[in-house]
Write a protein that binds this ligand. Structure first.
Ligand SMILES: NC(=O)c1ccc[n+]([C@@H]2O[C@H](COP(=O)([O-])OP(=O)(O)OC[C@H]3O[C@@H](n4cnc5c(N)ncnc54)[C@H](OP(=O)(O)O)[C@@H]3O)[C@@H](O)[C@H]2O)c1
Length: 247
């Protein structure tokens, strides 16, 4: 199976390529429709795993929305399956219980809106795409730290005690995504860790001690826990909770 990874130099992309060394990771600008098409025509991938994104800053919305639409259209044009990486913050965090695949996106941040719009554009261009919704990605002990772990180690940091996520270890996520790449699945699928913890709780697991806890400011997506029970029935890969990862 020929796999192409977008965002191959990123945190998840690096892990995907470590687990699947034959995958290609050549970078083209994903906002450039023709460049993406030409790359896929040349590489002829069977599966495209689309991780490339920018969370904020200049051009972020275009990279997420237009870039994802370009990747989806170019994958469809060469007959490749698409595994599109999405996020828990397509939800506003007000449901009061973990989100399941059937819940309707209702983002409340710029980034969440961009990723929710990207999902729609991806499905329009690649109706059989798999939309992998995941949560905060961590490395854990013995692995290079993610941006969330680096933030946790800031001694001046303050961490939201009421913003709940289902963090996932990057190797678990990459292995799960590669297993999913070989399965004939489409639509949204939650692929997150087994423990729901606050950002403060995560920071305490990372540092091994207490951190400064603060309430999240108004307008933040508070409880975006993901219920990943469906994916657990499909995969051999175990998606550990962060309490186990940092034990
Ligand atoms: N990190 C998390 O905690 C988290 C949580 C939920 C969901 N996700 C989702 O998981 C995916 C991967 O996240 P990550 O943290 O691994 O990402 P990351 O480390 O920030 O890496 C992003 C990658 O995208 C590439 N990229 C950015 N703009 C591009 C452009 N215009 N054209 C081509 N490539 C571009 C970057 O390459 P350059 O540096 O060369 O631009 C880099 O390789 C994303 O889709 C994200 O929405 C992540």
């Amino acid at each position: 199976m020929r796999i192409h990874v977008t965002g191959a130099t990123g945190f998840l992309g690096t892990e995907l390529r470590a687990l699947a060394p034959s995958a290609s990771g050549e970078r083209v600008e994903i906002r450039d429709t023709e460049a993406v098409q030409a790359l896929f025509v040349r590489l002829r991938p069977d599966v495209v795993v689309h991780t490339a994104y920018r969370q904020d800053g200049e051009g972020a919305r275009e990279i997420v929305v237009d870039g994802s639409a370009n990747v989806a259209a170019a994958a469809t044009a060469v007959g490749a399956r698409l595994v599109h990486l999405s996020t828990d913050v397509v939800f506003d965090g007000r449901k009061g219980s973990p989100y399941v695949e059937g819940d309707r996106p209702a983002p409340c941040t710029e980034y969440g809106r961009a990723k929710a719009d990207a999902e729609e554009r991806v499905v329009a261009a690649a109706p059989d795409a798999l939309l992998v919704r995941t949560s905060l990605i961590v490395g854990g002990p013995g692995h290079a730290p993610s941006k969330h772990e680096l933030a946790a180690r800031n001694p001046d940091g303050a961490f939201f005690e009421d913003e709940i996520r289902s963090p996932v270890q990057v190797g678990d996520l990459a292995a799960a995504v590669l297993e999913l790449a070989a399965l004939d699945l489409s639509g949204p699928l939650n692929v997150a860790g087994a423990d729901d913890v606050s950002r403060a709780g995560l920071a305490e697991l990372v540092t091994g001690g207490p951190v400064r806890r603060v309430p999240a400011p108004p307008g933040r997506p508070l409880d975006c826990s993901l219920d990943s029970s469906r994916v657990r029935t499909l995969l051999r890969t175990r998606l550990r909770g962060v309490r186990e990862v940092f034990r």
